[in-house]
Design a protein around this ligand. Structure first.
Ligand code: ATP
Ligand code: MG
Length: 677
């Protein structure tokens, strides 16, 4: 009954209430970060349920599984406050998860076997690789794109619906000569999926969209739901919007929510047009609700974020205001390099914890997964538990383990685990052969001697001399540190090219590892430091950590969408990182990078640290020669915006000696002292 449902409205502002109470006509909530869009959506669902809507006839679409779970929890909490037995929401999930479920229910109507298996990204790449080998395209000397690149091209092609050759020319120019072969390959891949009744992630959307073109099925699926609500609508693609419109052609029961200033997924074919054009799809047009008050951030953080987005080429018509007072402007922290950046974050995080800010209410955000490498090691060293969203922790990744295994084995030939791992890196050596050799070194035969005496199988003969030379260098210890780890990396890199998913990112990880290694005096110190006190960190997101455990959040900015923390650290706010790829980006790409910084900044409630290392480690830019570039603060914070920030240098030096060399000197002294702490 209406009066029960009305209790839900307490504490909402006028516009939020209007959105919550709005009837079933199409509705768009378009508003800035932290204005309560997601919160309003949850209230709207709770309000519907309390007003008598069937919770199994409400479809809630979010952009991640985590967001779906959180939304369900919020709705059930809200409803539970009013009625004792809160009903569970039947349909809350990502487009992909919901698509899979609907496909299983309706598969037969489009001639699909409902027992299909879903391929994750890695499985898909493997399947594509089989097809590649079958066609004889895998031979290395042909320099054919890796399976990871192939799968990216494929995915991009099906999502954008661009002709393959156009896509190659525009986005993958280094693969443009392979148009014919890729077309054949993708044909074989699609056939293999069909034969084996497999669907990849993209298929979940494609088949769902295809299913919706059959009017009867579209009516049936649309008819399952009285309400369809979508969060983060600015990051949906054309397929997704076509699915929605076919489900609810007149828009009845349709609510979409988002912020055009936060669209950051165009590289996955998301288009901001979806949200901008939404009202016009219907007659009469959808009701538009905008929210202006930000409840998340302090005035100072909001002012700085607003200033950054106000320089965008696009005009975002949002004047967000906050009533949360603040003494502290966001910090622009200049540190000498990546290592000091890691130390700065670790120390601030601990200091915050002393002040009563739990680790969980603090987050470190970065552009790409590998940017947290130095920080992860630093946190491990200090026993600060952390969880990394999206992606494996640095030290758990296969390629980092591979490289370390070589160093470990050379240092300690009795280390069978490492030896076993290293030998199998060589193409043609399997577990049996590896075991034979490892047994010898485990029994005191010097490593080099064992390898010299060993008769490798013919298949590995080509790789043996190089391997022998490497081990020779390492055991003789002539190269010195850190040249040794560089040598291992150079030896290992060609193997990375073959078969590994995403060799570019992995190479970047290894460069990063070498860079970190170079700050140690010797191989032994480096290995000891890595293995002593490995972080007792909470498990990654696949297995939820113990409930009462406290841990710091590490996340890419993309994965942090929609979330908020008391204290937020943004790593590498330098040109070359945010925005990435200096100079090569088109204007649209640069603008998306600006929005990315905006998304990062607007995650913070009370405290925001933007960190600028004076030296930023770049990769994949061989033209630059030097891997360390002297970095400049991100161009998105030009001098005229500095009034919104407080600038600090770290580590702190005495006022009169604030020069860069003194800072570096202080950093070195600090590091030496740190060894004895
Ligand atoms: P984003 O654009 O980042 O997704 P959003 O617009 O979805 O942000 P929410 O996450 O829903 O914003 O809300 C931001 C914060 O403001 C949350 O902590 C939420 O609980 C709080 N909030 C929202 N509305 C109100 C309100 N009327 N009163 C008090 N707090 C509110
Ligand atoms: Mg939100």
């Amino acid at each position: 009954d209406g009066s029960i449902a009305a209790g839900i409205l307490d504490g909402l502002n006028l516009e939020q209430r209007q959105a919550v109470e709005h009837d079933a006509a199409p509705l768009l909530i378009i508003a800035g970060a932290g204005s309560g869009k997601t919160n309003t959506l949850a209230h709207r669902v709770a309000h519907l349920v309390l007003g008598g809507a069937d919770p199994n006839r409400i479809l809630l679409l979010t952009f991640s599984r985590r967001a779906a779970a959180e939304m369900k929890r919020r709705v059930e909490l809200l409803v539970g406050r009013v009625v004792p037995q809160a009903p569970r929401l039947g349909w809350a999930g990502t487009f992909h998860a919901v698509g899979a479920r609907l496909l299983r229910l309706h598969a037969r109507t489009i001639g699909l076997d409902p027992a299909f298996t879903i391929l994750d990204r890695e499985d898909a790449a493997d399947l594509l690789n089989f097809a590649r080998q079958g066609l004889g395209l895998a031979a290395k000397e042909q320099r054919f794109p890796t399976k990871a690149t192939c799968i990216s091209i494929y995915s991009r092609a099906v999502n954008t619906e661009l002709p393959l050759q156009d896509l190659l020319d525009e986005v993958f120019p280094w693969c443009r000569m392979w148009g014919e072969e890729l077309r054949t390959l993708f044909g074989a891949y699609v056939e293999a999926k069909q034969r084996q009744n497999l669907l990849d992630y993209d298929d979940l959307l494609l088949y769902w969209a295809q299913m919706m073109t059959v009017p009867e099925i579209a009516a049936e699926i649309g008819g399952r739901f009285d309400h369809v609500l979508v969060d983060e609508y600015q990051d949906t693609n054309r397929l997704q919007s076509s699915i929605l419109l076919r489900m609810k052609p007149d828009g009845s029961g349709l609510t979409v929510v988002g912020d055009d200033a936060q669209s950051i997924y165009s590289f996955r074919a998301a288009t901001v047009r979806n949200i901008l054009d939404f009202p016009k799809q219907f007659d009469p047009p959808a009701r538009i609700v905008t929210l202006a008050r930000n409840y998340r951030s302090t005035q100072a953080i909001l002012a700085a974020s607003n200033a950054v987005i106000s320089l965008a080429a696009e005009r975002y018509a949002k004047d967000l205001w906050s009533e949360r007072p603040s003494e502290q402007k966001p910090l622009l922290v200049v540190v000498p390099d990546g290592q000091e950046q890691a130390r700065y974050v670790a120390e601030q995080v601990l200091e915050n914890r002393e002040q009563g800010i739990t680790l969980k209410s603090q987050a470190v955000l970065f552009r790409a997964g590998h940017h947290s490498a130095a920080l992860e090691l630093e946190l491990g060293r200090r026993n600060i538990p952390f969880v990394k969203f999206g992606g494996l922790k640095f030290l758990d990744t296969a390629h980092v383990k591979d490289l370390l295994a070589v160093l470990r084995w050379a240092t300690n030939p009795k280390d069978q685990v490492s030896g076993f791992r290293v030998l199998q890196l060589l193409p043609g050596i399997g577990p049996k052969t590896a075991d034979r050799l490892v047994q010898q070194t485990a029994r005191n035969t010097p490593l080099l001697e064992a390898i010299a005496r060993f008769k490798p199988p013919a298949s590995v003969a080509a790789h043996w001399p190089g391997f022998f030379a490497l081990i020779q260098r390492l055991t003789a210890g002539l190269a010195g540190w850190p040249a040794e780890i560089e040598a291992v990396r150079q030896w290992y890199e060609p193997f990375l090219e073959q078969g590994h998913e995403d060799p570019r990112a992995r190479k970047a990880d290894l460069e990063q590892l070498c860079q970190i290694a170079s700050s140690f005096a010797s191989r032994e110190q480096f290995l000891t430091d890595l293995t002593l006190d490995p972080a007792q960190s909470a498990s990654d997101e696949s297995g939820p950590p113990l409930l009462d455990e406290d841990y710091l959040i590490l996340s890419t900015i993309h994965s942090a969408k929609g979330l908020e923390w008391t204290s937020v650290f943004v790593l590498n706010t330098v040109d070359g990182c945010i925005p990435a790829d200096l100079g090569v980006g088109s204007r649209d790409e640069i603008e998306e990078e600006r929005r990315l910084l905006y998304v990062a900044m607007t995650r913070a409630k009370d405290q925001l640290h933007l960190i600028t290392p004076r030296q930023f480690f770049t990769h994949g830019q061989p033209a630059m020669g030097d891997r360390h570039v002297t970095a400049a603060r991100t161009r998105f914070i030009p001098a005229r915006l500095l009034e919104h920030f407080e600038q600090v240098s770290w580590p702190k030096v005495t006022a009169s000696s604030d020069g860069p060399s003194r800072i570096a000197g202080a950093a070195i002294r600090e590091r030496i002292l740190g060894m004895w702490r």
